[in-house]
Design a protein around this ligand. Structure first.
Ligand SMILES: Nc1nc2c(ncn2[C@@H]2O[C@H](COP(=O)(O)OP(=O)(O)OP(=O)(O)O)[C@@H](O)[C@H]2O)c(=O)[nH]1
Length: 341
């Protein structure tokens, strides 16, 4: 510890001597300040990596670096600061007392520092009030400027985050739109085969208690002839009209879909075979009654296979069993449905 900390005659000393430069860096001490602090301090050597104080600790002293380099780590994504020769740190604790350190101070190289305690600082205030007032004013200006810089950079970061968030939201919307499109049949707006497979993957989540799963496979009779006779545009109208009927026969938890070409399916949750049959009848009857102004006299009909699906088997079995029933109807001339006896 220095024996006499009250300094009146201040001149540069030790390894700081002869290094007067102008203008001073924000945290650089003038020759007079330096001499004053050095004389009123304890000299301390620190090794590379040595922790001088930690964030959250109660501060007791201020430090002036004679040689080497100290890193102030503020954490929370804020940039570190490097403190070099003639510069100081940890001064707030002497200005306001009971100050909690806001950074870790770590020696990055072997360094020599001068440690100024509260009592020595108070004595300097008495003996050199003008010099100390200047020093404190400079320190406070620096701290205020740093705070303003921090606020500006936080504001910028916040704006950047908002922009990123916005673009993430847009990407998410684009992705869900793309996903919806990929699973939707363009002509009818019903789910396509890809959508059906996605639905099947999550079928367990949408199962209604007390119901059975039923499948209707619906195929338009002699659709090729409709296209040939009335043209593809009318053919498209027919496909859209039938899609509406399949959709109309569906409950909110059901999945009406167009599997491709003139083939539709309705995966439905019903109380039993009777309700499944009534859905099939509803579609057959509605299609039979359809009329198309673009093709007078056109009669449209569908063949439907209808069966309940056991959940111990999977789509491939449900499909092939129901398809057999559908082809039984086709074999009899179409325009009806067939369910297992
Ligand atoms: N207009 C139109 N026709 C389509 C579309 N997709 C497939 N088709 C036609 O649908 C017809 C299906 O013919 P087929 O598979 O022979 O079936 P079908 O004529 O209904 O015969 P059956 O099923 O035995 O009664 C083909 O002529 C396809 O060109 C489409 O999006 N629009």
């Amino acid at each position: 510890m220095s024996s006499n900390r009250t300094v009146s005659n201040v001149t540069p000393i030790g390894s700081f001597a002869g290094r007067q430069r102008a203008p001073l860096l924000p945290r650089e001490l003038s020759d007079r300040e330096l001499a004053l602090f050095v004389t009123a301090s304890d000299r301390r050597e620190v090794s590379p990596g040595e922790m001088i104080f930690r964030r959250g600790e109660l501060g007791r002293s201020m430090f002036v670096v004679e040689s080497g380099q100290i890193r102030l780590e503020f954490g929370d994504g804020m940039p570190d600061k490097l403190i070099g020769p003639r510069e100081f740190f940890g001064e707030l604790t002497l200005f306001i007392g009971d100050h909690t350190r806001v950074a870790n101070a770590v020696a990055t190289t072997a360094s020599v520092m001068h440690v100024i305690e509260q009592q020595a600082f108070d004595q300097l205030l008495d003996s050199e009030p003008r010099l100390l007032a200047q020093f404190m004013r400079r320190s406070f200006s620096y701290l205020v400027a740093s705070e303003q810089q921090l606020i500006a950079s936080l504001k910028r970061r916040n704006e950047d985050l908002m922009v990123t968030l916005d673009s993430l939201r847009q990407t998410q919307t684009q992705l869900s739109t793309a996903q919806r499109l990929v699973q939707t049949d363009e002509l009818t707006g019903l789910c396509n085969r890809r959508g059906l497979y996605m639905f099947l993957e999550h079928l367990g989540d949408s199962r209604l208690p007390g119901t059975e799963l039923g499948l209707l496979l619906i195929d338009i009779d002699r659709f090729k002839q409709i296209n040939d006779r009335c043209g593809h545009l009318v053919g498209d109208q027919v496909l859209r009209a039938i899609a509406e009927e399949v959709q109309g026969a569906a409950s909110p938890c059901d999945l009406p879909c167009r599997l491709g070409g003139d083939e539709f399916a309705l995966l439905t949750q019903v109380t039993g075979a009777e309700e499944l049959a009534s859905r099939a009848t509803q579609i057959v009857t509605a299609v039979r009654a359809m009329r198309f102004p673009g093709c007078e006299g056109l009669k449209v009909s569908v063949s439907i296979g209808a069966r309940l699906c056991t959940e111990t088997t999977d789509w491939a079995i449900w499909y092939s069993d129901t398809d057999c029933l559908l082809y039984e109807v086709k074999g009899r001339g179409g325009d009806g449905y067939r369910a297992p006896d």
